[in-house]
Ligand binder design. Structure first.
Ligand code: C2O
Ligand code: CU
Ligand code: CU
Length: 499
């Protein structure tokens, strides 16, 4: 099947969007893609335990309006099954890390202890518009054995699903694939969906070697982005999510993998989209057969249990071709194979039918841009990590923290244009703000647009150009980069100086 045609015809991506008609798979079984050789040989993991609730990071503050806690990054063995307890890198002993729940407008003071052996680290608060000096950039490393405190205020009106992860120079990919990532939920003062049962699903990617340890990256992983052998949800393989017939649940899903594209679908049971990276959309979008979640993206979905006697359904990550094989020209991952991410298990109980409100919130149009920023993605000389030294570049350059690549102005509406001239998809992320995608095209032809939404990461598929409007609220040095973490670490990252 032609990948381009398929994208346009059938999927809501971060970009690839066809409102409402969705409908590729109907109720049929997922299509099988070409075989994908396992990235790492490893033990099989036990499946089918109940979905774990994420442990919550406790607030130790005594004054109201303050959230205070400590996060320590340290090695930790975590039991996955009989005789299998690989050493992860954890936040407070857990992978994924503890859930941080904060209210809009609250102050946050989190102490970070870097107890990782021999590596600098940081905590980056992905998606939050907070001062650059508190954002855990690679320019502000915390040495192994050292600590620092991050302090910032959660902006008003930013309720949504964010996350935190390390962002040191060159080793972010390793720290994340070893287990460092956690969910951060900002609660609204008034939430139109607060009546619904809520579930958090943090998807991570685990690659084990033959000894049962977390595998090192191969040269292929550095070029294409690492895909491990196991997709985990809240740290376990294919968990059971309980649902009652007719019950509507709100799911927050985070793609915390280095490089996996999650084409989410429950065959025959379409999703209703209610939120993206930066919180709720204006109106629920019902009837979506699938949703593409690129690395670092988040989505809020409504899932309703069927009332027709169904006892079990499967949440899949369907096959998706992100161009990795075309790019590397080697044997390697082409279209991924479908993966069962979770099982919905029906339980007894008659749910009160719930009707989604028509309006969730207002998302203002950003207005006329006063400047344009253009980023062209090409193959280029990497900084030594990619196979054969070839990596990816932004405007022909590899990352240099000392160089200013984009000059931006606080408070100004800017039109960003990102053109992907490579044969591979790149999920592009801008620090410091949430943006609105306003156009996407391929070969001069406009492609369908998603509904107006706040985003901080957008997939720019191979050959596409994406335009978004953004306003940086405060001055400082920000970053634009690919969120395939091997690409970021190999230099597919640029500085944005906000004056
Ligand atoms: Cu989630 Cu600069 O990263
Ligand atoms: Cu970020
Ligand atoms: Cu990339």
């Amino acid at each position: 099947m032609d990948r381009r045609g398929f994208l346009v015809a059938g999927s809501l991506g971060s970009l690839g969007w066809l409102g409402g008609c969705g409908g590729s798979d109907g109720g049929g079984p997922p299509m099988m893609g070409p075989a994908n050789p396992p990235a790492a040989v490893g033990a099989s993991l036990p499946e089918g335990a109940a979905l774990r609730d994420l442990a919550r990071l406790a607030n130790t503050a005594t004054e109201p309006g303050l959230f205070e806690a400590t996060l320590a990054a340290a090695p930790q063995r975590i039991a996955l099954g009989p005789g299998l307890a690989p050493e992860f890198w954890s936040y407070n002993g857990a992978s994924p890390g503890p859930l941080i729940e904060v209210a809009e407008g609250s102050r946050v003071r989190i102490r970070f202890d870097n107890r990782l052996p021999g590596q600098d680290s940081t905590i980056h608060w992905h998606g939050l518009a907070i001062p650059a000096g508190q954002d855990g950039n690679p320019m502000d490393p915390v040495a192994s054995g050292a600590s620092r405190t991050y302090e910032f205020t959660i902006p008003e009106g930013c309720a949504g699903t964010y996350w935190y992860h390390p962002h040191p120079h060159r080793v972010t990919h390793e720290q994340v694939f070893r287990g460092l990532a956690g969910l951060l939920v900002v609660r609204a003062r008034a939430d139109p969906l607060s009546a619904l049962a809520e579930r958090a699903l943090v998807v991570t990617d685990l690659g084990l070697d033959a000894t049962g340890a977390i595998a090192a990256n191969t040269p292929m992983d550095f070029l294409a982005g690492r895909e491990g052998g196991h997709l985990l949800v809240n740290g376990a393989k294919r968990p059971l999510v309980a649902i009652a017939p007719g019950e509507t649940q709100r799911w927050r899903v985070l793609n915390a993998t280095n490089a996996r594209y999650l084409r989410l679908a429950i065959p025959g049971n379409p999703f209703t989209l209610v939120g993206t990276d930066g919180g709720l959309v204006e109106r629920p979008v019902a009837g979506l057969a699938e949703i593409l979640l690129a690395p670092a993206e988040r989505v809020e979905l409504l899932v309703t249990g069927r009332a027709d006697g169904t006892v079990r359904e499967t949440l899949y990550a369907l096959a998706y071709d992100r161009g990795a094989a075309a790019m590397t020209g080697m044997m390697g991952p082409g279209a991924s194979v479908p993966v069962a991410l979770a099982t919905l298990e029906y339980r007894e109980g008659a749910a009160v039918p719930w009707v989604a409100p028509e309006h969730l919130r207002e998302i203002g149009e950003l207005g006329e841009p006063v400047a344009t920023q253009r980023a062209v993605l090409t193959r280029g000389m990497g900084t030594g990590m990619g196979a054969m030294g070839m990596g990816f570049a932004i405007n022909g350059r590899s990352f240099d923290a000392m160089r200013t690549d984009f000059a931006s102005r606080a408070g100004a509406v800017e039109l960003w244009e990102i053109a992907n001239l490579t044969a591979m998809d790149h999920p592009m992320h801008l620090h410091g703000t949430q943006f609105q995608v306003v156009a996407r095209e391929r070969s001069g032809r406009a492609l369908p647009l998603p509904p107006r939404a706040w985003k901080d990461t957008v997939n720019v598929a191979a050959g596409e150009t994406v335009r978004f409007k953004a306003v940086q609220a405060m001055p400082g040095r920000r970053l634009l980069h690919c969120h395939i973490l091997e690409h970021e670490d190999a230099g597919m990252m640029a500085t944005v100086d906000v004056a």
